[in-house]
Design a protein around this ligand. Structure first.
Ligand code: SF4
Ligand code: SF4
Length: 347
């Protein structure tokens, strides 16, 4: 073993870093507050149509399988970290067990590790107030994250076919509703995946995406897809109001900023492309780590890891990332940690 380390958070970034560290010869404690490892990526649906859409949702399953069977990995689900003491290279982390309602069972253990990696992921933006864009008021207004759940359990016999589906982009990002000015980076591409999947399931449905900006972050092929797909229309202009009529539908009032006009249209479903917001784990307060956040509230990363020596950060807790970006970031973070462990052993 080249060292004992602790990874906090078993989403796709935490699992990827765990795997890299374990493969490099570390003994890795992987701590997760939920019952199962996998994180939010594990809840995403497969967007396969006639062909694989390369949405990467299945990568989470593959990585989880390898992590669960790796001899160097000690899995600690239903656990939370309550304190860290010591110094870089010689940390003592207090870990407590939870039950399935996340109640503290009081059983505590202390893990002695050389380094820690924080991979606590992101939170999904939740509408700020009841009824924002009809969310929480009308059953047919859902977040993109909820649509993922729906698609995972989709059964054509049980779902009435929607005729018109709307998507609202930048919901909770770029100043919309929350005042958060950053781009969540993943929701444009995810909407392309979701609209193509819905078009595959309901080829007769008309899909309209309300947007203010389109970000591909290197995935230019998406915009070619969009132009080719019949029945999927992009309208520049975010809705101003969502009204709960007629029965079983919502009416969306929106501007078309290219034409300078205002319109109203009915939709069977309205999907809010929710943004990623910083983790609410409050590790700084809970465990006393001196972790700095960046101006958007995510953990700040430095060349050496984080603002605290011996502590590293991976995945969407450092800033919005999709699954492949989270995996790549986890690889870089585990590399930083391995270099740190090598320096320690050479002292
Ligand atoms: S989950 Fe995504 S990447 Fe995997 S098979 Fe389905 S469409 Fe392809
Ligand atoms: S990725 Fe697209 S939808 Fe998401 S915040 Fe950025 S511009 Fe808006």
């Amino acid at each position: 073993m080249i060292g004992k380390v602790l990874v906090l958070g078993a989403g796709v970034a935490g699992m990827s870093a765990t795997l890299d560290l374990a493969n490099a010869g570390c003994e890795v404690y992987l701590i997760e507050k939920e019952k199962e490892i996998g994180g939010k990526a594990f809840q995403y649906s497969c967007k396969r149509t006639e062909t694989c859409q390369k949405c990467s949702a299945c990568l989470a399953y593959q990585i989880r399988n390898q992590v669960e069977h790796h001899p160097n990995v000690r899995l600690l689900p239903f656990s939370m970290i309550t304190g860290v003491s010591g110094k870089p290279g010689d940390f003592k982390a207090s870990v407590r067990l939870l039950n399935d309602t996340r109640l503290d069972l009081g059983a505590e253990t202390t893990l002695e590790v050389q380094a820690l990696l924080i991979a606590t992921g992101f939170e999904v933006y939740r509408p700020k107030y009841q009824g924002e864009f009809g969310y929480g008021l009308y059953a047919n207004v859902m977040t993109a994250y909820e649509l993922e759940f729906f698609l995972r359990q989709f059964s054509a016999e049980r779902v009435p076919k929607p005729e018109r589906i709307g998507f609202v982009q930048c919901f909770g990002s770029r100043g919309q509703a929350t005042g958060r000015s950053y781009c969540s980076r993943v929701c444009c591409a995810n909407t392309v995946h979701l609209t193509l999947k819905l078009h595959f399931l309901f080829p007769e449905a008309h899909i309209r995406v309300f947007y203010q900006d389109r970000q591909s972050f290197g995935k230019v092929r998406f915009w070619n897809h969009m132009q080719d797909a019949a029945n999927i229309e992009y309208v520049r202009g975010l809705p101003a109001k969502v009204l709960g009529y007629p029965k079983g539908k919502v009416t969306v009032r929106y501007p078309n900023t290219f034409q300078g006009t205002v319109h109203e249209d009915e939709f069977d479903w309205l999907v809010l492309a929710t943004g990623m917001i910083p983790p609410e784990d409050q590790l700084e307060e809970i465990v006393g780590l001196q972790l700095e956040r960046n101006r958007d509230g995510f953990y700040a990363q430095t060349e050496m890891g984080t603002s605290q020596a011996g502590v590293f950060v991976a995945g969407a807790c450092q800033g919005p990332k999709d699954i492949p970006q989270s995996i790549a970031h986890a690889k870089a973070a585990s590399g930083q940690m391995l270099r740190f462990l090598q320096r320690l052993s050479s002292l």
